[in-house]
Design a protein around this ligand. Structure first.
Ligand code: PGA
Length: 253
C-alpha cells in the first residue's frame, strides 16, 4: 500500500484564492509516490475538490456526530461526504485543548464518520514527553493513556470497519513545536498501537492497521519516519501550508 500523507491545513489560509494557490502548486508539481490527502478548512473543500482530478483526495478536519438538526455551527459527516470528501480527522489534540473535546465525543465522531461512509483518521497521543519509548514506556502510564484513548474511541466500532481506519500517533508535545519524536520511538508507538488494536479485534487485524505519525514532520525528517517499516505515512501540519516545503517533503518520499 502507498504511504499516506495528510496535509492538515488547520485554520489556514484565510482566503479562497490563497487556498487554491496552495493546492495548485502542490498538485501541479506531482505526481508523487504517496497517497496524498488534503485537509483544508470546510469552507474551501468544494473549490479544492474541483482542482483534484484524481491527484489527491480530501479530508475534513472534523465532523459533528449528528447528521442534521438544531446544532448551530456544526458540520455533519454526511454533509462533507456529499461534497466528495473521503477521510475525516477525528480527535485532533488541538480540539481537545481548545474546544474541550472528550473521549466520549471522539467515540461518537468515529461512529458517525463510519456511518457517513468516511474513513476516520483517529488521533491519539500523550501530552508529556516520556523519557524514552524504547525502555518499555508503553508498559507504564503512557501506554495506559494511549490504550484508553484507543479503547474509548473505538467503543462500538465493528471489526469490519477497522480496515478503513487510520490511527495517527500524534504525541501532543511534538505538534507545532518543531521538536519531532524520534523515528525509533514513533515506531515503538506504532507497534504498541497495533498491539492494542490487536487485543481489541484480533492480532491479524491489529497487524494490518494503518498507523501514521504526526508532530513537526517536515521536508528534512519525513523520510526518516515513514521509511521505517511499520509507519504508513504522516499527518503534516505546519509544513503542509508552505508550498515549497511541502513539495520537497513529498518529493523526498
Ligand atoms: P505540525 O502539526 O506538523 O505542525 O506539528 C501536526 C498535526 O497537528 O497533525
Amino acid at each position: 500500500m502507498k504511504k499516506l500523507i495528510v496535509a492538515n491545513w488547520k485554520l489556514n489560509p484565510t482566503s479562497k484564492n490563497e487556498a487554491e494557490r496552495l493546492a495548485r502548486s502542490v498538485l501541479s508539481q506531482g505526481p508523487y509516490r504517496v497517497e496524498l490527502v488534503l485537509a483544508p478548512p470546510y469552507v474551501w473543500l468544494e473549490s479544492i475538490r474541483r482542482m483534484l482530478r484524481g491527484r489527491a483526495t480530501l479530508a475534513a478536519q472534523d465532523l459533528f456526530w449528528e447528521e442534521k438538526g438544531a446544532y448551530t455551527g456544526e458540520i455533519s459527516g454526511k454533509m462533507v461526504k456529499n461534497l466528495g470528501v473521503t477521510y475525516v480527522i477525528v480527535g485532533h489534540s488541538e480540539r481537545k485543548v481548545h474546544l474541550g473535546e472528550t473521549d466520549e465525543m471522539i467515540n461518537k465522531k468515529v461512529l458517525a464518520a463510519f456511518k457517513a461512509g468516511l474513513k476516520p483518521i483517529l488521533c491519539v497521543g500523550e501530552r508529556e514527553r516520556p523519557q524514552s519509548h524504547r525502555s518499555g514506556v508503553f508498559q507504564g502510564p503512557i501506554g495506559e493513556i494511549i490504550g484508553s484513548q484507543l479503547a474509548n474511541a473505538l467503543t462500538g466500532v465493528p471489526k469490519v470497519k477497522i480496515e478503513i481506519l487510520t490511527v495517527a500517533y500524534e504525541p501532543v508535545w511534538a505538534i507545532g513545536t518543531g521538536i519531532p519524536d524520534t523515528p525509533e520511538d514513533a515506531m515503538s508507538a506504532a507497534i504498541f498501537i497495533r498491539r492494542i488494536v490487536g487485543k481489541l479485534y484480533g492480532t491479524a487485524i491489529g497487524r494490518k492497521l494503518r498507523v501514521i505519525y504526526g508532530g513537526s514532520v517536515n521536508a528534512k525528517n519525513a523520510a526518516s519516519f515513514i521509511n521505517e517499516d511499520g509507519i504508513d505515512g504522516a499527518l503534516v501540519g505546519g509544513a503542509s501550508v508552505n508550498a515549497q516545503e511541502f513539495f520537497k517533503l513529498l518529493k523526498n518520499l
